[in-house]
Design a protein around this ligand. Sequence first.
Ligand SMILES: Cc1cc2nc3c(=O)[nH]c(=O)nc-3n(C[C@H](O)[C@H](O)[C@H](O)COP(=O)(O)O)c2cc1C
Length: 226
Amino acid sequence: MPAKKTETHKIDVQTECTPTDAKTAGPDDFKSLGAATIAHTTPVWVIATYDKTGRADAMTAAWAGIANSTPASVFVAIRPGRYTYENILERREFTVCIPSEEYATHADYFGIESGRETDKFEAAGLTPVRAGKVNAPYVAEFPMYLSCKLKDRMNLGSHFVIIGEIIDVRVQEKMLDSDGKIDLKKLKPLVYAPDSMKYFGVGDEIGQAFKIGKEFKKQKGDGEQK
Ligand SMILES: Cc1cc2nc3c(=O)[nH]c(=O)nc-3n(C[C@H](O)[C@H](O)[C@H](O)COP(=O)(O)O)c2cc1C
């Protein structure tokens, strides 16, 4: 199936820029890492699908994130050689499963073996369960998953960016705090560092988003009035 044509927007490329309010030279304490696929941090997601025979497969993806609010959507960059890519095109539905720290080894295993040759769920000793709202499995042992439908895809060269519309988000009830929000200290999601190729846990809470900046803005405003 040919990739659906994606709408493009013309961008005026500015070749030269004279900064008006930025310093033109700063302390030379930056080292260039080149045009690399390094950004901190990336998630550790496990994309689960059924193949054409109905067997469950799962692959780890770190080049992924939330893509849109309405409709709620995710993106995952997948090499077309992955069995998962074939499965997504065939079934048009998948889940994004979020492993907790205790499943780091399983997640890594899902990222080094192909479901084309192996039943990875069986080999890993994990349980595929059919998601309620899409024809795709989720990893029952992981604390959270998103049910997604293939919305679009875009060929960027080595990878296709897969856009999935989020149909439902499910999380184990014990992962919720008293306000019904997901407690990261309980969920313990993994993050991936692409340059060192290491998994990390999530650290301490730093502050409330959309609030600490607002307080800062207010303080600055107050300061300027004086
Ligand atoms: C930490 C980690 C992150 C990965 N991220 C991606 C990714 O974002 N996109 C991708 O195509 N492959 C990624 N991979 C590689 C696939 O998970 C791997 O090729 C897997 O064996 C594919 O399985 P499948 O053939 O059953 O689909 C990653 C692997 C690891 C270990």
